[in-house]
Design a protein around this ligand. Structure first.
Ligand code: GLN
Length: 530
């Protein structure tokens, strides 16, 4: 097994995840099977409880794990399916160690960070690597070198390097080379962060420098000299508008040659698929459409990252350009009309969400989309609110609401009995892959071209079965359900040019070369409107 460990220096938010995803893609294109892992040094067991405002979107895996959004980058770039074990947090490691201690499995030893915690980390990394049957295991260590939290993880990989063969282990360090106001690149922060790494016994083999503009040879030379790497191993990664170009940029800088040399890998195959897709994105001269996304964290686009990516994927296939207009849901409450918000908009999307703030604004947006025949795509909360809107304005249940949001005589969105029991025990959501059964002769069937699909979920509330009969009619159709027919999964409005809302999150399964069907169909409808 070969290992590539990616660390970060200077500051967070440099795009370490995308760098690692890109390295994975490059090696995959050369014929290798890759398994990526992310280490998040925070104490939370998983990202499920984390505020998207601070951390960006909570990404959901097929097995229902709620993880860091970098795992989304890995799945999208490397086209792999990951699971819970691919994301290790401090919380996971410590709770395993403490549990073992309580069971007396350490036989009276003093339980310590070294070796017990580090052994647990190493065992988890190796376990995932071996089980996957991959050739290369990529491990990203979250945070920045020097953080207290990441110390045990850096120590664990330091030990691993000594235990594995020299040519089976490679370190990539991602740093920042800032430019001064006089446009002069500064290498000192990089020097310092490599120094911090070396103090921990880690020497990077490759340094990826994030920068505004590509670095010149003399700058690379300087970094190489101060940081003890070859000049060819200093890779410049300038800002780019399109993250899907990053693998190509890194490739051009020769990163692959360097990795292959150090790990003694031979090229198994040559595949230019990615390059072709990116070319197609760049050269697309298609129409430009505008889509409004009405959300609660609209100012922080990272909280809807997978949606943004799914739109890009569909746009690539349809050869059009999509501009997204982020609208803060709050702003749509208590205003006279919404025309000014949705002028020159071809489609409205309401994404997932929780809690009462902004909910009425989103319902107003949905009503606007329905009444004005603007293509609408609702995802999860955007589905539930569409059900509420239909209940209120079509089925005449004036106070219809969700019991998540308030007490209401008509809880058209409610907890199912079984969910209520689960919730009393501490609460969990319906998470991950579930089958969705699609009714014939519906928009949903046209969109998917299939009768049964599997999509990822993350929700607690459901359409209340007691109200289905009162809501459903010619103009409002539940066109997808779970296997039992109890849970409603898709809502559509047949007389509308395109009105589709899903209880699941199709965005998590979208790929650049396999756009998610609802997103593609939504953009097609927007193009027709255009
Ligand atoms: N808040 C809703 C629920 O828990 C929707 C969740 C979501 O949009 N992810 O059911």
């Amino acid at each position: 097994m070969k290992y590539i460990v990616v660390t970060g220096g200077v500051m967070s938010g440099l795009g370490k995840g995308i760098t690692m995803a890109s390295i994975g893609r490059i090696l995959k294109s050369r014929g290798y099977k890759i398994v990526p892992m992310k280490i998040d040094p925070y104490i939370n067991i998983d990202a499920g409880t984390m505020n998207p405002f601070q951390h960006g979107e909570v990404y959901v895996l097929g097995d229902g794990a709620e993880v860091d959004l970098d795992l989304g980058h890995y799945e999208r770039f490397m086209d792999v399916e990951l699971g819970r074990e691919h994301n290790i947090t401090t919380g996971v490691v410590y709770s395993a160690v403490i549990e073992r201690e309580r069971k007396g499995e350490y036989l009276g030893q003093t339980v310590q960070i070294i070796p017990h915690v580090t052994n647990e980390i190493k065992a988890r990394i190796r376990g995932v690597a071996t089980k996957s049957g991959a050739d290369i295991c990529l491990v990203e260590i979250g945070g920045t070198v020097g953080d207290i939290e990441s110390m045990p993880f850096l120590e664990a990989v330091r030990q691993m390097q000594g235990e594995e063969n020299g040519n089976d282990f490679l370190f990539v360090h991602v740093t920042l080379v800032p430019f001064t106001t006089l446009k002069e690149p500064k290498t000192k922060p990089t020097q310092h962060s490599v120094k911090a790494l070396r103090e921990l016994g880690l020497q990077p083999d490759i340094i990826v420098c994030r920068c505004e503009k590509a670095l010149k040879e003399d700058v690379k030379k300087k970094i190489a000299m101060f940081c003890n790497v070859k000049k060819e191993a200093v890779i410049s990664a300038p800002d780019t508008e399109d993250i899907y170009e990053v693998p190509l940029l890194l490739e051009k800088e020769g990163i692959a040659t360097h990795i292959m040399e150090k790990l003694q890998l031979e090229q198994v195959k040559e595949d230019h698929e990615w390059e072709k897709m990116v070319e197609r994105r760049k050269s697309s001269r298609g129409k430009k459409i505008r889509v409004a996304i009405v959300g609660k964290y609209a100012e922080l686009e990272d909280s809807y990252l997978s949606i943004k990516e799914a739109i890009k994927h569909a746009a690539t296939e349809l050869e059009c350009k999509v501009e997204t207009k982020w609208i803060e849901a709050d702003d749509l409450e208590g205003v006279g009309g919404l025309d000014s918000f949705f002028e020159d908009i071809e489609g409205i999307l309401v994404p997932g969400g929780f809690g009462v703030r902004g909910a009425e604004g989103k319902i107003n947006a949905i009503e606007y989309a329905r009444a004005n025949k603007i293509p609408y795509l609702g995802l999860c909360f955007g589905f539930q609110l569409a059900v509420i809107e239909a209940a209120r304005n079509i089925a005449n249940l004036k106070d219809a609401n969700s019991s998540e949001l308030c007490e209401t005589p008509h809880p058209v969105i409610d907890l199912l009995e079984e969910q209520r029991e689960v919730n009393e025990k501490g609460g969990t959501m319906r998470l991950g892959d579930y089958e969705v059964f699609i009714r014939g002769d519906t928009l949903a069937e046209k969109v998917y071209g299939e009768k049964k699909v599997v999509e990822r979920h993350r929700h607690r509330y459901e359409v209340n079965p007691a109200y289905i009969e009162r809501i459903e009619r010619e103009e409002v159709v539940f066109s997808g359900t779970d296997r039992t027919g109890v849970r409603m999964e898709i809502l559509e409005i047949p007389q509308h040019p395109f009105f589709l809302a899903t209880q699941f999150h199709p965005e998590f399964k979208s790929r650049l070369d396999k756009p998610s069907p609802p997103f593609k169909a939504f953009l097609e409808a927007c193009l027709r409107k255009h």
